[in-house]
Design a protein around this ligand. Structure first.
Ligand code: NAP
Length: 226
């Protein structure tokens, strides 16, 4: 059976870029939005450029109800409310991947700083609000501009979770993006570091006018293999 990936907030640059890359790699993708029509428009945009694309669009909770993997790509300001909204719709056994970065900009502060989150990170907040699913932190450090281009993405994706099998599934998904190497980053608590790295990358992008990412060097070959 083909797995189905719902990208919530997939109308925005980060989610749309991931949805497009995965559709291009042959995955079945559902773009999620607060507005079903906006989601369908996003899906139509992908279909127009990728022949035989398996992509559709729907309201966020409807998208979750038919997905095996749910990816959160929304601003932190809507994070907790969205999780409460989708909780009843998430299928048992699903993986929830959180790419959300709690940038202070989401509450009017600077984009180069993260907010203090009681649980430690946005991904840990997700794990607290969705205790019955495997929560994985990943994709926080990939620039949307690179995802939305056609070239290889110069960035490693560090994947953290307290569920080892889910780390492997999401590493497999990340590695479908050309140029990306997916690395097991250990426990979900490390998500706080991934989220803070993004604030640093935003600062570098502003300072140097670029689209920075990260590369991890010096690990055995096995660590990069998926
Ligand atoms: N942009 C990047 O380069 C980048 C890189 C790494 C990580 N990230 C992280 O990925 C997430 C998404 O980034 P983005 O730049 O794509 O964000 P965005 O454009 O601000 O938002 C993405 C989508 O989220 C939905 N949304 C907006 N406000 C919402 C709310 N209050 N509640 C629920 N849904 C809401 C919107 O879709 P609908 O209106 O259709 O519902 C919007 O299109 C953020 O947490 C960001 O920090 C971004």
């Amino acid at each position: 059976m083909t797995r189905s990936i719902a990208v919530l907030g997939g109308t925005g640059p980060e989610g749309f870029g991931l949805a497009r890359r995965w559709t291009k790699a042959g995955e079945a993708v559902i773009i999620g939005s607060r507005d079903a029509q906006r989601a369908q428009e996003g899906a139509a945009k992908i279909k127009a450029s990728i022949p035989n694309a398996q992509v559709s669009g729907d309201e966020n909770s409807v998208a979750c109800a038919s997905a095996d993997v749910v990816v959160l790509t929304i601003p932190f300001e809507g994070h907790a409310a969205l999780l409460k909204h989708i909780k009843p719709a998430i299928r048992p056994g699903s993986i929830v991947v959180d790419a959300t970065v709690p940038l202070a900009a989401s509450v009017g502060g600077r984009a180069t700083r993260t907010l203090g989150i009681w649980q430690g990170s946005a991904a840990q907040e997700t794990a607290e609000l969705l205790p019955d699913v495997a929560v994985v932190a990943a994709f926080q450090n990939i620039a949307a501009d690179l995802l939305n281009g056609d070239g290889p993405v110069e960035c490693d994706v560090i994947v953290c979770s307290d569920h080892a099998e889910s780390i492997q599934s999401v590493r497999g998904l990340a590695a479908k993006i050309p140029g990306v190497r997916a690395i097991d980053g250990g426990k979900l608590e490390n998500a706080r570091i991934l989220e803070q790295i993004t604030a640093l990358l935003v600062g570098l992008n502003i300072r140097h006018k670029g689209h920075s990412g990260i590369r991890i060097t010096g690990l055995p070959d096995q660590a990069y293999k998926t």
